[in-house]
Structures are given as C-alpha cells and as structure tokens.
Design a binder for this molecule. Sequence first.
Ligand SMILES: Cc1cc2nc3c(=O)[nH]c(=O)nc-3n(C[C@H](O)[C@H](O)[C@H](O)COP(=O)(O)OP(=O)(O)OC[C@H]3O[C@@H](n4cnc5c(N)ncnc54)[C@H](O)[C@@H]3O)c2cc1C
Length: 396
Amino acid sequence: MKILKTQVGIIGAGPAGLTLALLLRRQGIEAIILENRSREYVQARVRAGLLEQNTVDIYKSLGVADRLLREGQEHRGVYLSFDGQRIRVPFGELTGGRNITIYGQQEVVKDLTDEWIAGGGQIYFETPASKIEDFETDSPKIHFEYEGEAGILNCDFVAACDGFHGIGRRTLPPDTYKEFTVTYPFSWLGILAHVAPSTDELIYAYHERGFALHSLRSDKISRLYIQVDNDDLIDNWSDERIWEELAIRLGTEGWSLKTGPIFEKSITPMRSFFTDNMQSGRLFLAGDAAHIVPPTGGKGLNLAVADVKHLADGLAEYYQKNSIKALDNYSTIALKRIWRAQDFSNFMTTLFHKQDEHGSFTYQLQKAKFDYIKVSEAYATTIAENYVGLPFEVFE
Ligand SMILES: Cc1cc2nc3c(=O)[nH]c(=O)nc-3n(C[C@H](O)[C@H](O)[C@H](O)COP(=O)(O)OP(=O)(O)OC[C@H]3O[C@@H](n4cnc5c(N)ncnc54)[C@H](O)[C@@H]3O)c2cc1C
C-alpha cells in the first residue's frame, strides 16, 4: 500500500485544485494533488474561456500570468443584441477600470500545472480518490488508487476540488446541506471553428429563433453557441445549418459573420445547481464540486477560483494564527458570491434566451430590460460590474 502524508490533501487538478495548491504554497503550506485523469486529458479539455478581473489578478499575484497576459485578449466591453439591434456595454469606464480576459481554461490548467511541478509540487495523475474518511477528526484520510495499488493520503484537511461528478459532495453528511437544482428548458449547441472572430468582443443576441453567442478563443479560433431544444441531437446540425442559423440570429445591419471549418461540436444542457453548505469537519468543497451555473455569465471557473481564495485564506489563518474562525466561515463567505453569480447567470440567461412565443408577455419583459440598458447608465453598470466580477472586499 502506498502511504502519503501532507497538510492539505487536494482532490482534482482542475482550476480549483491547482489554484488552491499554488495559493497554499505561497503561504508555506504543503499540499498533494490527486487527479483521476491523465495530464494530457486534463490539459486538452476545452471548457471555459472568460476570466474575471479577480481571477487575472490572482494569477498575476501567483506569478503564473505571463502567457495569459501575452496570449489572452483583454475585453473592455460586451455587445448585447436584441431583435437585430446591437448596443455595447463598456466595462472599464463603468467599473473603474475592471475588465475581462479571454484565455482558454485548458491554457490556465497548463500554466498552473507547469508552475506546480516546476516548484517541486506533488501531483498524481490517473489516481482516482475513492473515499474520504475521518474528516470529522484531526486526521482525515483520502483513499486512492495509483498504478493498480491502493493508497492512503493522510492529511490535516481535505479540499474536494473534484468537479460536479466527484466524491467530495457525496461524502458530505446528507443532513448538513440542501441541494438546489434548476434545469433550463433549452441547451447550448457550441462550436469551435478555425476562423478569425467576426467581432472584437463577445456578442450576446436574442432573436425570435433563439439565443446566439459569438465568443472568441484567439485571432484564428472562434467559439460560438446557439440555443437548441433539450432533446435536440448534434446529428440534426450540419456545419452549413449551424453557420446559417448563427448568421441569422447574430445578424445586424452592416455586419457579417465569417465562417470556417468547425472542429468541435457539442450540446450542453443549461442548469444551475448548488449546495447551501460546502464543508463538514475538515472536509471542504470548492468549485464545480459545490455549484454549477449556466455558462451564460461565464462564472464557473471564476467561482472556483474565488472559492479557493477564501479557502486558502482560512487555511493560512489556521496554520499561522492557530485560528479556525475563517475556516468555519468559509461556506458563508463563498456562498455570498455564489448566490450573486447564480442570480447574474440567471439574469443573462433569461434576458437573451427565447423562453416563450415572440411577442408574448415574457418577450415584452425581456425587450423592456434591453431597452432600459440602452438608456440607463445605472442598469448598464449593474451588468458591467457583475460581468467583470465584484471585488473580494464586497463580500468580506
Ligand atoms: C462547455 C463548458 C463551457 C464553459 N464555459 C465557461 C466560461 O466561459 N466561463 C466560466 O467561468 N466557466 C465556464 N464553464 C465552467 C467551468 O469550466 C467550470 O466551472 C470549471 O472547470 C470548474 O473548475 P473545478 O476545478 O471546480 O472543476 P473541474 O474543472 O471539473 O475539475 C475537477 C477535477 O477533478 C477531477 N476528479 C473528479 N473526480 C475525481 C476523483 N474521484 N479523484 C481524483 N480526481 C477527480 C476531474 O478529473 C477534474 O480534473 C464551462 C463549462 C463547460 C462544460
């Protein structure tokens, strides 16, 4: 049997687990990461791409933002489109200079993994954690499997950064939390295409045929989405049909959509999920292990990073001041931001998706909101400050 020992046992090498490991290292706290998948698999997984100002600032402070700042694209605004009419919400001027950066999650994961390993950090790939034990005592254990051999990681604390399907949430005692799930009555068909973006900033569009989003990845790769029914199938969508639909839904006078070879196509359901407690004893959940938001607000990765910032602060206080106060308060403080993100993601989702017949009461409410953004700086500011992410002080 393989026996390991550290201060913080981290399950999962996604953005939450890796960021936590590096934040802990900066405080002189030891950690070991166990990751179910191979390094190649984790680093190729295309997911998020929108980094809030807080996230970029944390990566700068950790010294892992060189490539992000070089290759990422800072966006100072977003285009919102309704029935073919397009407006722009400028971020920087409404939020005192806060912006977003477009940089693929897989690149973030690569940068963080490289940094962790270069600094001598221990990480075990293809090592599934199977059970978390004794987390109500001072000596929790994580059981795992490594190269066909059973193992135990003895630690002071367990950070379950193991995503939506991990074991962390399932290990929380059922009487310590409530779960909330909302499944939206539509999904996103997303594509990645080898074509230069037809826009310099993201475009969110309501159209009577449904929602569309033009996002970006680089100068040569575009990421686009359209709203489809939950029971729709990818086989129903030829590349030609996808481009036609995108051109219609995103269309506005004097603008045209560039098309190119599609190299990734998938349908993702839209849902919100979260637990109202993220800890028990010495077990702490962070990131998708505890919550999922619909991708409309670009919040998933950023919430994961915000969670582990609070968790790392709490652990630092424990090791440096022998105080458990900040750790006890972890769920309470993280949930304030999570609720805010749930609300904003829901707002963006319901504002731009087709929910009912064109012209219906719901449609008129959506249109009234859009018309208000056009005339009210206060309303536009609300959108901008949520989009770029509220500063940490707001929730502390
Ligand atoms: C299609 C798509 C688009 C998205 N777009 C955006 C976006 O634009 N902006 C945004 O902010 N967010 C977006 N998200 C959400 C974002 O990708 C997630 O919120 C983010 O990955 C959460 O990070 P995490 O570290 O909590 O979880 P994950 O990235 O899921 O990492 C968890 C890790 O734990 C590992 N693991 C699981 N179980 C075990 C086990 N038993 N033992 C060991 N390891 C285990 C997994 O292999 C995984 O590597 C998107 C998600 C999807 C699916």
